[in-house]
Design a protein around this ligand. Structure first.
Ligand code: PMV
Length: 326
C-alpha cells in the first residue's frame, strides 16, 4: 500500500498553450518536450490512512495545492475498485522553485505513478500519463524520459490525450539545456489564467494552435537527424509565437522582462558568430538555452554576460521510476 516515485520536469520545444476543456485539461494542440535531468521530485504515497495528508517540501499543503492532489488521489480511489482509505503523501523536490522551472510537471507525474503503484494498479504508461495530465497538463510529458509528444487527442473524455516517448534520452546524449535565471519572482499570471486569456481573447489563438500542431512532425524530423540548428530555430519561433499570442490577449500578457530580451539578443548575436545556441521561453521571464555539449561553456558565458544571475544546467533525462515498498 506504499510506493515511492521520482520524476523529472520537462521543457517544451513546441509549447502547450490553451485548453479546449478546462476540467479535463485537454489541449487545443499537441506539444513536444525534453525531459530535464538531473532535476527531480520524489513522492511517496501510502494508502490506508484515516484521511488524506499532503506534505510538500516539509509543509502541509493548503488550499488549491492540496485540493489538486486530493482530486488526483480520488481518481485512483475510483479506479482501484476496492477501498483504499486516505493517503499520506509526502513530496520533496531537489530543485527550488527559484530554479525558474515550474515544478508541477514533475510533481504530478511522480504523484500519478506513486499513487497508482501503491494502490496495486499495474504499470501503464498511458493511464499514468492521463492521470498526471489531470493534475497539470505538462505533467503528462514527465512520465517517460527523452523526448515526449503529448497528442492533442480527439475524444471528449480525454482518454486519447496523453504523452508518449518519441526518442529515448540515449538518442542524442550531446544535447544540453540550461535555465538562464533572471528573476526569482513568482509570475503574476499563472499558466492556467494566461492560457484562458489567450484562448478567449487573443485574435491570434487559432493561428497559434494550427501552427504548433504543424511544427510537431518538423521537430521530430530535426530530432531524428540530431539537427541542432533546425530544432533550435523551430523552438525559438514556437516560443515567440506563444508569447505573441499571449501579448495579443486582452488584457495583454507579457511574461518577458528587459533582461529576457538582453539574453535572447546576445544568444542570437553569438549565433551569428557561429555559436550553436538557441532559446525557448515558458510563461515566465527565464529563457532556457538549448545547445550541445561542445558549445555549452561558450553559451553559458554569453548568458552570464547578458545578466543571468544563475545558470541551472540540465541534460536529457530518463523515465520516471517507481518502487513499491513491501
Ligand atoms: O502544465 P501547465 O499548466 O503548467 O502549463 C505549461 C505551459 C507551458 O509551460 C508554458 C508550456 C508547456 O508546454 O510546458
Amino acid at each position: 500500500m506504499k510506493a515511492t516515485a521520482t520524476a523529472h520536469p520537462n521543457i517544451a520545444l513546441v509549447k502547450y498553450w490553451g485548453k479546449r476543456d478546462e476540467a479535463l485539461i485537454l489541449p487545443h494542440q499537441s506539444s513536444l518536450s525534453l525531459t530535464l535531468a538531473p532535476l527531480s521530485i520524489t513522492t511517496t504515497v501510502e494508502w490506508g490512512q484515516e484521511e488524506d495528508q499532503v506534505e510538500l517540501n516539509g509543509k502541509a499543503a493548503e488550499g488549491g495545492e492540496r485540493r489538486r492532489v486530493v482530486e488526483l488521489l480520488s481518481r485512483v480511489r475510483e479506479e482501484a475498485g476496492r477501498p483504499l482509505g486516505g493517503a499520506r503523501m509526502v513530496s520533496r523536490g531537489d530543485f527550488p522553485a527559484s530554479a525558474g522551472l515550474a515544478s508541477s510537471a514533475a510533481a504530478f507525474a511522480a504523484l500519478a505513478l506513486a499513487s497508482r503503484a501503491a494502490a496495486g494498479l499495474p504499470r501503464d504508461v498511458r493511464a499514468e500519463s492521463v492521470l498526471a495530465r489531470r493534475g497539470s497538463g505538462s505533467a503528462c510529458r514527465s512520465i517517460q524520459g527523452g523526448v515526449c509528444v503529448w497528442r492533442r487527442g480527439e475524444r471528449a473524455d480525454g482518454e486519447d490525450s496523453y504523452a508518449e516517448q518519441a526518442f529515448a534520452a540515449s538518442h542524442w546524449p550531446e544535447l544540453r539545456m540550461f535555465v538562464a535565471l533572471l528573476s526569482r519572482a513568482e509570475k503574476e499570471v499563472g499558466s492556467r489564467d494566461g492560457m484562458r486569456g489567450s484562448v478567449e481573447t487573443s485574435p491570434y489563438y487559432p493561428a497559434w494552435a494550427q501552427d504548433a500542431e504543424a511544427e510537431i512532425p518538423r521537430a521530430l524530423a530535426a530530432l531524428e537527424r540530431r539537427d541542432i540548428a533546425s530544432l533550435g530555430e523551430l523552438a525559438e519561433r514556437n516560443a515567440w509565437r506563444m508569447h505573441a499570442t499571449a501579448l495579443a490577449a486582452n488584457p495583454p500578457l507579457c511574461y518577458l522582462l528587459p533582461g529576457t530580451l538582453e539574453v535572447i539578443q546576445r544568444v542570437r548575436h553569438a549565433r551569428g558568430q557561429g555559436l550553436k545556441a538557441y532559446f525557448t521561453l515558458d510563461a515566465g521571464p527565464n529563457p532556457v538555452v538549448l545547445t550541445t555539449a561542445d558549445a555549452l561553456e561558450d553559451a553559458e558565458r554569453v548568458v552570464r554576460e547578458a545578466g543571468a544571475v544563475e545558470i541551472v544546467r540540465c541534460h536529457v533525462g530518463g523515465d520516471a521510476t517507481v518502487q513499491v515498498h513491501v
